[in-house]
Design a protein around this ligand. Structure first.
Ligand code: ADP
Ligand code: MG
Length: 300
């Protein structure tokens, strides 16, 4: 692309909230035939809310929520924020004066799995089955049933273990963005196929993918696994774009031929990406591809 054409296109993009980092990004974007979408915060709104809490032990609801929320207090994960918000609402409603532990000690983030930490004298884990497995905590059939019931409803279920036993589970829902269906279907009409990758479990992932009209899904994968999937596709000869919000997907944004960061984005995402979508609207993925196609075809 000539410097002038690139300048015009990036200028046009910028005015639309689509920041394209130079001619190289523009050049590659027009070859894209496959787009990999992150799920949480990319296809979905990314602000999950707690919709159901189930106790599997004799603990009180308030104590349970407080322990879970304290363990999550220092996590940046959207699920953590939902858990904290739920506990806050609950304690406001009850008007009781339960003692609060500001944050957990020995707090640890387990990427793509959950968190762990000590609250008072209790060891608390909040996360998925994989996290429970890591700590050798059994998940019985009652818990399994609750999980699958919720996953079928496209909800994500996290387990809370206290001192080595699953004390309860929290189901969160994260609705898909209103434009998601339209965008996936429009991309298909442009000859671009879509794939969804997520660290979330298979059942929830499939339910969400079905909602937005994506057939190709990769679930239960960690941030490096997402990048590996991109590399697999590239080895097959595809030029691949990756759309993500930067939470657990920065390595994939870097690996992609065209990394597209969406939303306010994390600093890491903005750094890692070739294209930054300011508005958190999936339609701008189309805007970016369109802009590149028009610019490149005009030059040729
Ligand atoms: P996604 O790819 O959908 O953004 P992540 O890789 O961030 O998913 O997380 C994968 C799964 O790990 C989540 O669905 C959840 O079950 C669990 N998880 C990760 N972080 C947390 C957390 N802070 N609290 C509870 N669960 C978590
Ligand atoms: Mg995400």
């Amino acid at each position: 692309a000539t410097p002038t054409a690139v300048m015009v296109a990036t200028g046009k993009g910028a005015s639309l909230g689509v920041l394209i980092k130079g001619g190289n990004a523009l050049e590659k974007a027009h070859k894209v035939k496959t787009i990999v979408f992150d799920k949480t915060g990319t296809l979905t709104v990314g602000k999950p809310e707690v919709v159901s809490v189930m106790l599997f032990s004799s603990i009180s609801m308030e104590d349970f929520c407080n322990l879970a929320s304290t363990a999550e207090a220092n996590s940046e994960h959207p699920i953590a924020k939902a858990v904290v918000e739920h506990a806050r609402k609950l304690s406001q409603g009850s008007g009781s004066n339960t003692e609060y532990f500001a944050e957990a000690r020995e707090f640890k983030v387990h990427l793509g799995a959950g968190v762990s930490g000590k609250v008072g004298d209790k060891m608390v884990l909040v996360g998925n089955k994989r996290l429970m497995k890591t700590y050798d905590i059994p998940v019985d059939s009652e818990v399994e049933n609750y999980i699958s019931e919720n996953e079928q409803l496209a909800r994500t279920c996290v387990l809370v273990a206290i001192d080595g036993k699953v004390a309860g589970a929290i189901a969160v829902t994260d609705p898909v963005k209103p434009e998601a269906v339209r965008v996936i279907s429009y991309l298909r009409s442009m000859g671009i196929s879509s794939i969804m990758v997520t660290g979330d479990n298979w059942a929830t992932a499939r339910a969400i993918a079905k909602e937005v009209g994506i057939e190709n899904v990769v679930a239960e994968t960690d941030p490096l696994g997402k990048a590996e999937r991109i590399k697999d596709l590239q080895m097959k000869g595809y030029t691949v774009a990756m759309v993500g919000d930067g939470i657990n997907d920065s390595p994939a944004l870097v690996a992609a031929d065209v990394g597209i960061a969406i939303g306010a984005g994390t600093d890491v995402a903005i750094e890692a990406a070739d294209v930054v979508l300011i508005k958190n609207n999936l339609e701008d993925v189309i805007t970016a591809i369109d802009l590149s196609r028009k610019t490149i075809s005009r030059i040729r």
